[in-house]
Design a protein around this ligand. Structure first.
Ligand SMILES: Cc1ncc(COP(=O)(O)O)c(C=O)c1O
Length: 460
């Protein structure tokens, strides 16, 4: 008979990463001002938080949390089902239903539990759930918990989804298609218009996880369904309070009788204590700010776009995303940890993401931005990436063609460079770069037409 604990002794990954000085996880934050944190006594720019509108330190949110503690105490000490429902929870549900333009809403203690609860409650024995391969772990686990059949389709591959739907056309049970509105690692969007059309054609219901899109996408910040103009064709939406809403918890919104069914069948809600008063009041206050200050939503997208463009100009690959999440695709696991470490040492907090959160070999550094990041902070993050990328030699040669900021479009045409004092052709410089001789040092790049781009700067 084997020893259950034997695998723990064989698990050496953490020790290996610690020995290499690149173990990135569970770093304790000593102090936080949202866009800046103190870790191990050092101040870092936070470029890895989901605090999209920057509301964790908003005075209105903090005041609401303080008042709720005074009125209700520190915790609910029970489930919503029994002793843990506060008038605050009901107020929040009414506000969310109104904001999301749905008949009803139901609040859970975390976003993770929300997905577990919705899917396991709704998808019964004869039902089928269609799940994008890159959906969040809470959706995947919700599918696993359900008694129905789970069919995974390739990420955003509508032909594959249609094939799966067509295969089971004669099934007796109901069908649910579930997707992240914004995928949490790449920041790309689900193809909701086509998903909704397929759902209609094949008689399926649609559930969209708006965790990373509420407050960020759509004219009123209602998320990806609003962004695509398909709210009327999405049956259920869920969201978390741990991102834009600057708190903790989650919710589902949709038709009243469906919400009522989930309320009485979702085990992850019924058998777990409800969100504490301060956290609930913080969400209500965050919703006030979201509705009153639409400029924050515009700002977070501008900041993310600035970073996406800046990183691309440097030569990093940032993938197909259009949200507040900007991934830097690295590919190899150890290279990802090394880049993370360099950035950390440069004073920038980011998140390294490796398998199973992304497919093997598609490791990345996930950055995400806030409405409250200042232009100076964003510039500093770009500069840190530039220095880190150079030191590690992972920037492509194109990277050095970036004109000095404020950035113009990359100049076209023939380019010349100097190596030390000698003027050399671009191809020669490229050759030396490839051989590792010049590495990003001792060069200057001149765009062909000074009128179209500013003169390049010294690469040091
Ligand atoms: C897409 C998505 N859904 C659900 C969750 C779970 O939310 P929470 O962290 O609030 O439990 C997350 C969290 O990262 C997420 O990214």
């Amino acid at each position: 008979m084997g020893d259950l604990f034997e695998k723990c002794g064989r698990f050496t990954t953490v020790r290996d990463l610690l020995a290499a000085g690149v173990y990135p996880y569970f770093r304790a934050i000593g102090e936080s001002e949202a866009t800046q944190v103190v870790i191990e006594g050092r101040r870092l720019i936070m470029a890895g938080s989901n605090n999209y509108l920057g509301l964790t330190h908003h005075p209105h949110v903090l005041e609401a949390a303080r008042k709720a503690i005074q009125r209700f105490g520190s915790g609910c000490t029970g489930s919503r089902f029994l002793n843990g429902t506060l008038s605050l929870h009901e107020e929040l549900e009414a506000r969310l239903a109104k904001f999301m333009r749905r008949e009803a809403a139901l609040v859970f203690s975390t976003g993770f539990q929300t997905n577990l609860g919705i899917i396991s409650a709704l998808v019964g024995r004869n039902d089928v759930v269609y799940c994008d391969g890159e959906n969040h772990a809470s959706i995947i686990d919700g599918c696993r918990l359900s008694f129905g059949e789970v069919k995974k389709f390739k990420h955003n591959d509508m032909e594959h989804l249609e094939r799966l739907l067509a295969e089971g056309e004669n099934g007796e049970g109901g069908r649910l298609i579930v997707v992240d509105g914004v995928f949490s690692m790449l920041g790309d969007l689900a193809d909701l218009p086509r998903i909704c059309s397929l759902a209609r054609r094949y008689g399926a219901r649609v559930l969209v996880d708006e965790a990373h899109s509420i407050g960020v996408l759509g004219e009123n910040g209602r998320g990806s369904a609003e962004h695509f103009g398909v709210e009327g064709r999405v049956d259920l939406v869920m969201g978390t309070f741990s991102k834009t809403f600057a708190s903790i918890g989650g919710f589902v919104a949709g038709p009243e009788e469906v919400i009522d069914y989930i309320k009485h069948h979702a085990r992850s809600m019924i058998f777990s204590a409800s969100i504490p008063p301060a956290s609930t009041a913080a969400v209500i206050a965050a919703l006030d700010v979201l509705e009153r200050e639409p400029a924050r939503r515009v700002r977070v997208m501008q900041n993310a776009e600035f970073m996406r463009e800046g990183l691309r100009e440097l030569g990093f690959e940032t993938g197909p995303g259009v949200s507040a999440i900007v991934p830097i695709l690295v590919g190899e696991r150890m290279a990802t940890f090394r880049l993370w470490r360099e950035l950390f040492d440069e004073g920038v907090f980011t998140n390294p993401v490796t398998s199973p959160a992304v497919p093997p070999g598609k490791d990345l550094i996930r950055t995400s931005y806030m409405a409250s990041h200042t232009p100076d902070q964003l510039e500093s993050v770009l500069e840190a990436f530039e220095r880190a990328g150079r030191r590690l030699g992972i920037l492509s040669p194109r990277a050095v063609l970036r004109p000095a900021r404020p950035r113009a479009k990359r100049p076209g045409g023939r380019l010349e460079a100097t190596l030390g004092r000698a003027k050399i052709s671009w191809s020669r410089w490229l050759e030396t770069w490839k051989n590792g001789a010049s590495r990003f040092r001792d060069f200057t790049v001149f765009p062909r037409s000074p009128s179209r781009g500013r003169r390049g700067r010294d690469g040091r």
